[in-house]
Design a protein around this ligand. Structure first.
Ligand code: ZN
Length: 286
C-alpha cells in the first residue's frame, strides 16, 4: 500500500533532474512557491501542517524534535499532499488547514500515502540503491545511509528493509509492545511466518525484550545486539537464525530493532524440500 506514492516522488525527482543525495525538500518547496516555516510549539503530536490560502500553499513543520531528518521527512510528507493526485482536494475538504501526523504513525490513507511519498522523495530508489550497495548491512549501513540522505534513523531503516535484497525486518517498539513492524518481501517468502502486529507483545526470548526493560537504554540511545531464532519473532517451523540489532531512539521513548539474516536457509531450497517430501508422501486421501 502506498508504493505508488513512492514511485510518484521518484518520477518527479527524475523530471526535475535531481541526480545526487541528499535531496533538499525545502528547496523543492521553494521552487514551487510553497512557503515553508518552522513551527516551534508542540501540539497534539502534529508533525506539520499544510495550509491553503486562496491559490497559495504553505507548509509549517515541527521543530520541537531536534532531528533534521525528521524535519525533512515532515516537509516531504506535506509535499506529498501537494503533488499526489487527489490529495489537495482530500486534505482540504473540510478546512484550509490540514494537520499531519507524519512518520508511519497514522492509519489514515492519505497520511500513509504522504509518508510513502516522503520516503521516495528523500530516498529515491535510483539514488538510494547504489548507496545501499556501498553501505554494507544492518544498523551500520542504516546509519551511513541516514547521513547520505539527511533522513531520520527510523525512516532510513524502513527504506533499507524495502530495498535490500536480504530478508529483513524493522520493528519499532515501546516498552514491552510492538509499535509497528515492516517485513521485507524477501522475509515474507519463508513459509508459515506470522506478521508481527501493532500492539502485540515483544517475544521474551528476543534481545529487544531485555533491552527495553531498562528505560535508560532507550533514553540514552544505547545499542545492543545478539542472535535469535527466526521463530522467536515470527513463529513457523523454519530453522534459522537472525541477527538482532537494537538502538534506543532517545527522546522518542521508542526502540528500533533491525533483524537481518545470521544463518538462514534459502527459501527456494525450502520449497524444493517441501515439494520433494510431498511427491514421496503416499496419498491416501480420496
Ligand atoms: Zn498529512
Amino acid at each position: 500500500m502506498g508504493l505508488f506514492a513512492t514511485r510518484e516522488a521518484e518520477r518527479l525527482l527524475k523530471e526535475w533532474g535531481i541526480q545526487s543525495l541528499p535531496v533538499n525538500p525545502l528547496a523543492i518547496a521553494e521552487q514551487h512557491n510553497i512557503a515553508c516555516q518552522g513551527m516551534p510549539s508542540k501540539s497534539g503530536g502534529v508533525s506539520g501542517m499544510f495550509i491553503k490560502s486562496g491559490d497559495a500553499y504553505g507548509i509549517l513543520y515541527a521543530t520541537h524534535i531536534d532531528n533534521e531528518g525528521f524535519q525533512n521527512f515532515s516537509i516531504g510528507h506535506e509535499l506529498g499532499h501537494y503533488f499526489l493526485p487527489d490529495h489537495p482536494e482530500a486534505v482540504f475538504s473540510g478546512s484550509d488547514i490540514h494537520n499531519s501526523r507524519a512518520g508511519f504513525v497514522s492509519d489514515d490513507e492519505h497520511e500513509s500515502e504522504a509518508d510513502h511519498f516522503a520516503c521516495g522523495l528523500l530516498m529515491p530508489n535510483y539514488l538510494f540503491d547504489p548507496a545501499l550497495e556501498q553501505a554494507g548491512d544492518g544498523l551500520d549501513a542504516i546509519k551511513s545511509l541516514k547521513e547520505c540522505c539527511g533522513t531520520s534513523l527510523t525512516a532510513t531503516a524502513i527504506r533499507y528493509a524495502q530495498r535490500t535484497p536480504e530478508p529483513t525486518a524493522i520493528i519499532v517498539s515501546i516498552g514491552d509492545k510492538v509499535d509497528y513492524c515492516f517485513m521485507s518481501d524477501e522475509l515474507r517468502e519463508y513459509p508459515g511466518l506470522s506478521w508481527v502486529k501493532k500492539g502485540s507483545y515483544i517475544p521474551r526470548n528476543s534481545v529487544t525484550y531485555t533491552f527495553n526493560k531498562d528505560n535508560d537504554n532507550v533514553r540514552f540511545a544505547r545499542q545492543d545486539a545478539g542472535t535469535v531464532d527466526l521463530s522467536t519473532w515470527f513463529g513457523g517451523d523454519t530453522e534459522g537464525k537472525l541477527y538482532e540489532e537494537i538502538v534506543g531512539l532517545g527522546g522518542y521513548g521508542k526502540t528500533l530493532t533491525i533483524l537481518t539474516p545470521s544463518d538462514l536457509p534459502d527459501p527456494e531450497e525450502l520449497e524444493e524440500d517441501a515439494e520433494l517430501e510431498e511427491s514421496w508422501t503416499p496419498r491416501f486421501k480420496r
